[in-house]
Write a protein that binds this ligand. Structure first.
Ligand code: PMV
Length: 315
C-alpha cells in the first residue's frame, strides 16, 4: 500500500544490443530495458526549501550545479505541470547506473524522479506525458535525443527502432544470459559519432558506408535470432558487430580487452554497447554459471562493475 507521506518512482538502465552508430544513418537498432541496474527516487514533504540528494550533489534545488541542469529542468517542468512550483520537497535519488557509460543514466534519473513527483501528489502520469517531460531534459543532456533512452528506461519491453519510424515492441524469446561489463571509463558518444561522419564525407567513405550497411543487416538478422531463440547465432552476430565497430574506430583498447576476455571465457559473442570509446561492453552466454564465470573474468581484467542478466525473465 502506498505510504501517504512519500512518493516513489523507479526506472531502469538500457542496453543497445545491436545497431549503435548505424542507427544514425537510418539503419535499424535493437535496445532492451536493463532492470539489473535501477534508479529509485523518493519524495517527501519538507518544511522549508526544496532539497535534493543524489550521487553528485546534496543541497538546495536552486543551487544545483550546471552539470545537473537536465535533472533540475525535469523537476521544474514536472512541478509546473502539477501546479506545485512552490511546494518544498525533499527529493532523494539513488542510482545504480553509472553516468556516461551508454546505459541511459540521465534519462533514467529523470524518469524515476518524474514518477516519484507525480506519485507524491497522487496524480496519474501517462507514459506519453512522462516521455514528453523526459524529452525536455534529455535535450539539455544530449542535444538531439532519439527518444530511445527515455523509452527504454521507462518500459519493460525491448524495442526495434529505425529513425523516423515508430518504435516497434519486440517479443523476446531467448534462453540466454547477458553479462555487462563497465570499463570504468566514460564513453565518448559525441566524438565517436562525429568521427564516423567525417570518415563518411572525407577519408574512407566507401568502406565506411559498406560497414554501416552491414551493421544494419546484422541488426535485422539479430531481431530474428532474438525472437526465435537462436542464442548462438545472436552471439556470433554480436561479435561480428564488434569487429565492424572497431573497424569504424569507435572501440577502445579497454573495450577490446573485455570483449576478448569474454570470448576466451566461453561467451558465445561479445561487443561494445552504445557510443563506445569507453563505457560498457556486453557478452552473451547460455547459462548462469557461464555468465558468472565471464563476469569474474571481466572483473579480473579491469572491469569496474559487471551485471548478469537472465534474458528469459520476459523483458
Ligand atoms: O552511448 P549511448 O547509449 O548514448 O548510445 C549512442 C548510440 C549512437 O547510435 C552511437 C548514437 C545515437 O544517437 O543513436
Amino acid at each position: 500500500m502506498k505510504n501517504e507521506t512519500q512518493g516513489v518512482g523507479e526506472s531502469n538502465a538500457k542496453i543497445i544490443l545491436l545497431g549503435e552508430h548505424s542507427v544514425v544513418y537510418n539503419q535499424p537498432s535493437i535496445a532492451i530495458p536493463f532492470p539489473a541496474a535501477k534508479v529509485s527516487t523518493v519524495v517527501k514533504e519538507t518544511s522549508d526549501q526544496t532539497v535534493i540528494s543524489c550521487e553528485f550533489y546534496q543541497g538546495l534545488l536552486e543551487d544545483m550545479p550546471e552539470l545537473l541542469e537536465s535533472l533540475k529542468e525535469t523537476i521544474r517542468v514536472t512541478l509546473k505541470q502539477l501546479n506545485k512550483e512552490n511546494h518544498p520537497l525533499d527529493i532523494r535519488i539513488e542510482s545504480q547506473i553509472p553516468a556516461e557509460r551508454g546505459m541511459g543514466s540521465s534519462a533514467a534519473v529523470s524518469v524515476a524522479t518524474t514518477r516519484a513527483l507525480f506519485d507524491f501528489f497522487n496524480t496519474v502520469l501517462t507514459q506519453e506525458n512522462l516521455l514528453s517531460i523526459v524529452d525536455i531534459s534529455e535535450k539539455i543532456a544530449h542535444g538531439n535525443p532519439s527518444g530511445l533512452d527515455a523509452l527504454m528506461t521507462s518500459s519493460s519491453s525491448p524495442y526495434y527502432y529505425t529513425k523516423g519510424q515508430p518504435f516497434e515492441a519486440l517479443k523476446l524469446n531467448l534462453d540466454a544470459f547477458l553479462v555487462v561489463g563497465d570499463t570504468g571509463k566514460t564513453g565518448q558518444t559525441k566524438e565517436a559519432v562525429t568521427s564516423i561522419s567525417k570518415k563518411l564525407t572525407k577519408t574512407d567513405s566507401v568502406n565506411t558506408k559498406k560497414r554501416i550497411d552491414q551493421l544494419g543487416e546484422l541488426a535485422k538478422k539479430g531481431r530474428y535470432f532474438l525472437e526465435n531463440n537462436e542464442a548462438t547465432k545472436l552471439g556470433l552476430t554480436m561479435s561480428n558487430v564488434h569487429q565492424l565497430l572497431s573497424e569504424l574506430g569507435v572501440s577502445s583498447p579497454e573495450l577490446n580487452q573485455l570483449v576478448e576476455t569474454a570470448e576466451k571465457n566461453g561467451a558465445i559473442g561479445a561487443k561494445l554497447t552504445g557510443g563506445g570509446r569507453g563505457g560498457c561492453m556486453i557478452a552473451l552466454t547460455h547459462d548462469r554459471i557461464g555468465a558468472e564465470k565471464i563476469a569474474q573474468a571481466l572483473t579480473d581484467n579491469g572491469a569496474k562493475t559487471t551485471w548478469v542478466y537472465d534474458m528469459r525473465r520476459g523483458i
